[in-house]
Every structure is written in structure tokens, then in C-alpha cells.
Design a protein around this ligand. Sequence first.
Ligand SMILES: [Zn+2]
Length: 373
Amino acid sequence: MNFKKLFLILFISTIIWSQLPSSRFAEDSMTVNKNGIIDLRILETTDLHAALMNYDYYQTKIDNTIGLVKTASLIHQARSEAVNSLLFDNGDHLKGNPLGEYLVRIRGIQKGKVHPVYRAFNYLKYDAITIGNHEFNYGLKFLNSVLKGVKMPVVNANVYSVKTNKPYFKPYVILKRRVVDKQGIGHDLKIGVIGFMPPQIMRWDKANLEGKVLARPIVESAKEFVPIMKSEGADIIIALAHTGIDSEPYHPETENAVYYLSEIPEIDAILAGHSHSVFPGPTFKDIPMANIVEGKIKRKPVVMAGAFGSRLGIIDLQLEVKDGKWKVVKSISFTRSIADENGNPLVKPDKRLFKLIKREHQETVDFLKKLGI
Ligand SMILES: [Zn+2]
């Protein structure tokens, strides 16, 4: 379908819906959870490592295989195709390139100013994000200060404060979203979102974290909070799992725990990350019970969108009411790339996002030039 046609259909359906009597919606809310089929699209970015621009700072040239400015165009496209969608980031987004380093070590983030990574997230209206192990690399003080600029919930359930023995971050959030089913009827859906990261942070960032926080095992933390989320009315639960996929036997120190998170029945979809791999994809063809065609592990929808904004992860869920509760009855997971296998661009940059972050980008380029890099 071309853009004009799509626009026309959306325009006409908007008119039809805006003319429906409001009592119809009131009636719908009363009959929520009784019937209907909901298509819900979940979008993931992961392991951006401060790759906001399609630019290679080491080689000082454009690189069309990376950059959130490009992924943003895929996000807009994926949203326009879906009636209901949610966007999440899976962590490791602040550090990993000269831009990230320049901002922390040279320029600093002035009080009241928003870190460009979070400025980008705010602009793209992420529904929630989690943090990755690399978010601790610049210390807790820096992280807490930049997180003040984030306009969406930040969740992690397995990092605890030593002082309070409670989760250091918000462990989960229950998003209330009005979604529209296939008949065009509105439903209020409660979407539980929970986050995890590898417990190895205590070794990797010992100097920054010792005596301040403690990391707990991923699966045990999930089993602790998932029943609470259900008791608070979560219709479905999505895990923002900053952890990879590995079928090695589970132990409390497991770094890549998606394989075992997928066994928790109340978790409906898993956004994976950390290992910079692509799921579904051939890397995982030998993992038992991994379906690399439909993007499932042990029949659970999973997606992992590579790194540096190279891909957008998509999980399309179909929900139906079974025994009075919304259940995922069908799913397909896949990723879309910003470039083809030869590095040729498949999408254009999002110009508005480009403008929002170009200042810090240019400063980084100029700084590297001064250093003679
Ligand atoms: Zn990581």
C-alpha cells in the first residue's frame, strides 16, 4: 500500500471514530475483557551504545549501518502500520562511542539539560526503558542525574540498594493503554513491563557499585515480581531483558538468561539484548526449542535487535480473551535492518531527530579533530 492510500484510510477511519457517540466507548469499558481480538505491536531498540548519528567517529565518516536517526525512521514506519504499538529500549544506551565519552568526560551534562540519548528517547516517545550494565560505567551519581531528564518509566528489578535492601530502580511499571481491537472497539489494557540486567555488574563495575547496590539473579527476581504485577492487574507482561540467549544450564550468576526467563508462564514477550546478536536469526539455529522462523524460544515471543541502532526489533502479538483474561494466542517476532548486507541504506534519517542531536554530534567531531583523530 502506498503512503497516500494508507493516509486516506487512516484519515477516513479517524473521521468515523470521531463521530461515534461517546456512550459507545463508555459501554465498551464496561465490557472489557469479554471479547475481541487485539493486535499489539511491540518495538525494541537495544544496545545503542550512544550511536545516535549514522556516523563512525573513528573513521570520521558517515556509516549507514548504525545510528538511531536511521532506526527512528523504521520506528515511524512500524508504528504507522499498526493500530496499537509500544516502544521500548533495552539498555546499554549511554556509553560505547566517542560521543558518549565526550559528553561525560569533556563537556559534561549541565544541570537541567537532558542527555541527547534521553532527548532522543523523549522525542520518539518510548513507553518505557530499562538500563544495561554499561549504564553504570560512569558511576551512579552521573546515571541518577541524567535519568532525571527521562520522560518515561525506567525499570529494573534485579539491582537492589544496599542501604534499603529494596530495588534501586522502579522494578516494574504497569502501563495503562487504550487499545483498539479488530472491530474497532476500544479496550483498556494493562501492560506490565519489568527490566533485568546481568548480575555480573558487581564485578564489572566494582569500583562504582560496591557498598551501594547489589545485583540479584535474573530469574529469581522475575519470579518475585511477576506474581505481584499479576495481582496488580497486569493483563500481559513484557520483559525488558538486558541479557542474551544461551541454553547453558541455569545458575544464579547466569549472564544470558532469556532461555530461562522464557519458562516463566506469566511473561508474555521478551525483549533480549546485551550480546549484540540478532534474534530471530541463524546465530541461534542450534539452541534447543528456538524457533528462528517465528522468533520464539520455548514458544515464547523473543526479539533481539543487534546493536548501535542497526535494527529495529518487532514482536506482533495477537491477544484474545480466554477464561475471562487476555491471552497471547499468536505471535511473530522479526527485526528490520536500516541497511542491506552491503551497508547500503534502506531508510533515510529522521530529520527532526537529526536536528535535536546534531549539536553534540558536531562538538564531538570537532573535539576529535582537535585531538588529531
Ligand atoms: Zn550489556
